[in-house]
Design a protein around this ligand. Structure first.
Ligand code: PDD
Length: 284
């Protein structure tokens, strides 16, 4: 039987994934010179699309690129690629394009950016919670830009996986700041904590949502730095992202968190998050 490939978007064309090709001179391939976004889609409807596109424009500005498409053009592409009602995520990537010659500095003159979009099913996270380890943050200093240059994140996540864990929680200057591909929440002395936005972390859209859900449901929340020691004595730890939603960590560095199972604050937040998804599905 021949394999069916999903349709993807590449530089103005819709084509099967196996036929989408880019130049080996693409600066994304040679240098990781580009940015990306991941947008979750429930019931065929992208969640917080405007916020994702706003962050994309911030990332583009951060690497001195203009947005190649308008919000309505992006949306039209996404709508063509979304595959039915299943939970899925849109992945989009923009690189500075293929220059005639490899040079670190930007090429002179106009260069057409490479624009790629695909949709992939989201696999639900285990409701039993996952394990994590803390690792020193070895990334660069502009982590607020959603850059495709993810080597440090990859090595950190792989170290976690090698140790039987699902995520690495990154420590910078004695503070737990975010995961290798997620934002961080901890419940300490009954208060939900999350680090403030800064250049050290990606301003997560799921993080914003969880903050809003806490605020509108009278869940005590403080946006402040979380010390490494504090993290280790937290009653609950969660990591959030567009593909993993609100994921409870039940073991950190080999030690049980709380009762070693997803805690009551997570149960509450997850319910609120799932309700929001159901409403989005019904709105279609
Ligand atoms: N990553 N921090 C980092 C470093 C991330 O890579 C991500 C998401 C987040 C969470 O952001 P959001 O809630 O907007 O998804 C935080 C995506 C999912 C990825 O790289 O696949």
């Amino acid at each position: 039987m021949t394999q069916q490939f999903p349709m993807v978007y590449l530089n103005g064309e819709y084509l099967p994934l196996d036929q989408a090709k880019v130049s080996v001179l693409d600066r994304g391939f040679l240098f990781g010179d580009g940015v990306y976004e991941v947008v979750p889609v429930y019931g065929g409807e992208p969640l917080r699309l405007a916020s994702h596109l706003e962050r994309l424009n911030d990332s583009l500005r951060g690497i001195r690129m203009a947005s190649p498409l308008s919000a309505s053009q992006w949306e039209a592409i996404f709508r063509r690629l979304i595959q039915g009602e299943q939970d899925q995520s849109i992945y989009l990537q923009i690189t500075r394009g293929a220059a005639p010659k490899r040079d670190h500095a930007f090429p002179q003159g106009e260069l057409a950016p490479t624009v790629f979009v695909m949709c992939t099913p989201i696999t639900p996270a285990p409701a039993t919670g996952v394990r994590a380890i803390t690792l020193q943050d070895i990334r660069w200093q502009w982590c607020h830009i959603k850059a495709i240059t993810l080597l440090a994140n990859i090595l950190l996540r792989q170290q976690a996986v090698d140790e039987g864990c699902a995520e690495a929680i990154l420590i910078r200057d004695g503070y737990a700041i975010e995961g290798a591909a997620s934002n961080l929440f901890a419940v300490v002395d009954g208060i939900l904590l999350t680090p403030p936005k800064s250049q050290q972390i990606l301003p997560g859209i799921t993080r914003d949502l969880v903050v809003e859900l806490a605020q509108s449901n009278a869940i005590p929340l403080e946006i402040r730095n979380i010390g490494e020691e504090e993290l280790h004595r937290a009653e609950e730890i969660w990591v959030t992202s567009s593909t993993r939603e609100v994921l409870p960590i039940v073991e950190l560095d080999g030690k049980q968190i709380g009762m070693g199972e997803p805690g009551p604050a997570w149960q509450r937040m997850n319910e609120l998050y799932q309700t929001l998804k159901t409403r989005l599905r019904k709105s279609v």
